[in-house]
Write a protein that binds this ligand. Sequence first.
Ligand code: 5AD
Ligand code: SF4
Length: 481
Amino acid sequence: MGSNLVQILPAITMSRSLSTASSPMREGSVGAAKGKTFYLETFGCQMNVHDSEKVAGVLVARGYRPVKNPDDADLILYNTCSIREKAAQKVFSRLGAFRKRGGRDRIVGVLGCVAQQEGEAFFERAPQVNLVCGSASYSHLPALLERLESGQRRVTGLSLDADQCFETELTRRDNPFRAYVTIIEGCDKACSYCVVPQTRGAERSRPSSKILAECRRLADEGYTEIQLLGQTVNSYRDPSPAHLSFSELLIRVAEMPGVRRVRFTTSHPQDFTPEIVAAIDSHPSLCNHIHLPVQSGSNAVLRRMRRTYTREEYLEKIMCIRNARRAISVSTDIIVGFCGETERDFEETLSLLDNVGYDQVFSFKYSPRPKTAALVWGDSVPETEKGRRLEVLQQHQREIQLRRNQARVGKEFEVLVEGFQARLGQAVGRTTSNQIVNFPGESDLVGRYIRILVTGAGANSLVGVKAARSEVTREEQGAGA
Ligand code: 5AD
Ligand code: SF4
């Protein structure tokens, strides 16, 4: 699934000017909130981050202006995550702190997965909240805002039966080089530990014609990296007459003039096909990195998790990736301490890490979630034991990563420069296989593609220097791993 970056993200900062194109969604009265301000804070996965970019676009079109401090806002929105208990609690601590501050009259809204999960009950738990809206109802946001602006105190958007994706050309993208593009929303899998099918609803794929039109527009605007998003991105099923398969869609985006990198996240092992690997092999602009969450190395645990594949079937998919001509890096998600997980099960997860040789692992302690199938099975592994297993797993993986990164020393890689730290005189870039590389550089490199010679390795990143001939053209790209 998609949310491998569960962390608090800063409130959206508006770095690009607003597109002038009109939106296909119902926008309500554009400019109706002229002079008003909003603060939007996002928790959770890339899907949430991108949803917030779309919501921000809708708000700006209504006349709202973004502010960095909630105290200065007429409208405060929290886009929430409920994948684990801790993530869900964050919004309640934000709301608690906010109630203590008191102050001016303003609208407070809760969006996303916690909103969907709590529903109307949110108003009882947090009486200062005026708007509760799940992601499947974002296309109704303009109408909901209109009701709030005209004085209604409590408004909800909680329907899960939307058969369409939330589409708007007003999106305010937060990164000037990399653009997220949703291709599929919701999830039809039924992993026993996971809230996503309840909070994001059933799978809905966008027509490929619309996806390709959006990518073409983004390339024209100067974005060079496109990241295709979906909770189970490779379960994509094109509802338009073109009926493109997921791998055909990847190829169409990869061949678009101006697009230099295409990433996609998150893939589900069940729907992972050799055609995806073949597409990466033949198209250098398809990044040679696949995020393929395994969750556990034990067949008994995988069965209880209802992951729909065995360890052996997962390893077959890995073999297909390893047999590719290009060296494709693989990352994964793992849950430790799922109910009933024995020491033996856990050891099988450790041995799977050795078998696969992941370049990155996102690991989590199992957190029982409301209304999931696993809830009734209890939470049999004590917290301290979950903590120990997590520590052991992370240490084991650090050693694997260090070895893999050390093997990259002395080689050259192309990076997209993503940032610059003036204090250190260091630039930071990312290889196509998703390794972070720090190297001496100036701020004017940001957004450019540079060839780097790797001179050192840590478990989580590489260090390097600009290669003798460092600027990379599109024609030369794609070498290395
Ligand atoms: N407890 C712990 N981790 C979870 N994840 C999903 N649900 C839970 C849960 N209840 C993890 C999975 C998923 C990642 C985004 O979050 O590893 O792939
Ligand atoms: Fe991913 Fe399974 Fe959750 Fe769907 S139900 S989002 S496949 S973990």
